[in-house]
Design a protein around this ligand. Structure first.
Ligand code: NAD
Length: 347
């Protein structure tokens, strides 16, 4: 049993990770500020749980963060707390700089002070995994894929703030010998994703007979990874990854946005033939400024060095995700007011 601190554990990916870690027998502490994007209902099954502690707190609050380290005494930290929606970062970048950059700095300093005072064996065991995005690398042309060797070239305030946080983590490792690693992941999908993001928004709008907004001509390409495959990668990287290394995480699932939306429409046609064809709801809207054309991940290092493999295929994964949203109205309905009028986003 290991003691795991998860920041942002009431969010989409964090809650999948907390479920996995508690399920594997670990002691877990979630630290989450419960912003508009976080809800404890995403932790159903593990909150409450005898091996899970929930702390409502902000990673920018040095006192709160220091208290969590002192009282919980983690062996590993998974840092996922962030402002995560590109469109919101375009409308208001301030919160992204504050949480993603300053918040990461506050967390790193608290973690370093704690790690510095650990006794020898515990200090050697301690790891900090910073969870980041492939968006830090900017946009790809028609060929190639991002890897650990790709240059940073962020396009949006969101990706720039995540790039800045990655650089802080690298600097803390090089300067202080702090035992951190970074993972840069492609777009996730699956249960408990906040409904302002492309896949859940499309599912819920299709079910309600509302317009399905698609940016530009829908040609933008994303590389979709099931959130449980991402959680398994994070678990493995924190346990066996090399200090100072970056791992790019993806499952070779490139899709044009318009094809993702059409796939959901086709699934809904089969489930609700009386409302078919659902693709009549597709509405092309003005493109997002600075919209990256294509993301793709080369996960070879993660596969070869750590033996990771994705288990969810996109066709089955998207079908299961659609059913999950249709069956879990009690999870998303209370959140509706938080994203009413939100623009469409893909990450
Ligand atoms: P999310 O928006 O669903 O969840 C973020 C969580 O962080 C929420 O529970 C929120 O309450 C919490 N939070 C926000 N600000 C906080 C603060 N100041 N202090 C404490 N908690 C705070 O995001 P997600 O999609 O689960 O993404 C998690 C992480 O993974 C982020 O760092 C994101 O950049 C990264 N990531 C996401 C994707 C994706 O496709 N969703 C892909 C690659 C990387």
């Amino acid at each position: 049993m290991t003691r795991m601190l998860v920041t942002g554990g009431a969010g989409f990916i964090g809650s999948a990770l907390v479920r996995r870690l508690v399920g594997a027998g670990h002691e877990v502490c979630t630290l989450d500020a419960l912003t508009y994007a976080g809800t404890r209902t995403s932790l159903r099954g593990v909150d409450p749980h005898p091996r899970h502690r929930f702390v409502e707190g902000d990673i920018r609050d040095a006192g709160t963060v220091a208290d969590v380290f002192a009282s919980f005494q983690p062996d590993r930290v998974f840092h996922l707390a962030a402002e995560s929606h590109v469109d919101r970062s375009i409308d208001g970048p301030g919160a992204f700089i504050s949480t993603n950059v300053t918040g990461t700095y506050v967390l790193l300093e608290a973690a370093r002070a704690y790690w510095d005072k650990l006794p020898g064996a515990a200090q050697a065991r301690f790891r900090f995994l910073h969870v980041s995005t492939d968006e830090v690398y900017g946009s790809l042309g028609a060929e190639g894929a991002f890897s650990e060797h790709s240059a940073y070239d962020p396009s949006s305030p969101y990706s720039a703030s995540k790039a800045a946080s990655d650089h802080l983590v690298k600097a803390w490792t090089r300067t202080y010998g702090f035992p951190a690693m970074i993972s840069n992941c492609s777009n996730n999908y699956g249960p408990y994703q906040f409904p302002e993001k492309l896949i859940p928004l499309t599912i819920l709008n299709t079910a309600a007979g509302r317009a399905l907004p698609v940016y530009g001509t829908g040609e933008h390409i994303r590389d979709w990874l099931h959130v449980e495959d991402h959680a398994s990668a994070l678990d493995l990287i924190a346990a066996q990854g090399q200090i100072g290394a970056t791992y790019t995480v993806g499952s070779r699932n490139e899709r044009r946005n318009i094809d993702v939306v059409r796939t959901i429409c086709a699934e809904m046609d089969a489930l609700r033939p009386e409302a078919a064809p659902h693709d009549r709801l597709i509405t092309f809207v003005e493109d997002r400024p600075g919209h990256d054309a294509r993301y793709a991940i080369d996960p070879t290092r993660l596969e070869q060095d750590l033996g990771w493999h994705a288990h969810h295929g996109f066709a089955d994964g998207i079908r299961a995700t659609i059913r999950w949203y249709l069956e879990n109205v009690d999870w998303w309905q209370p959140l509706q007011a938080r994203y009413a009028g939100a623009r469409l986003g893909v990450t």
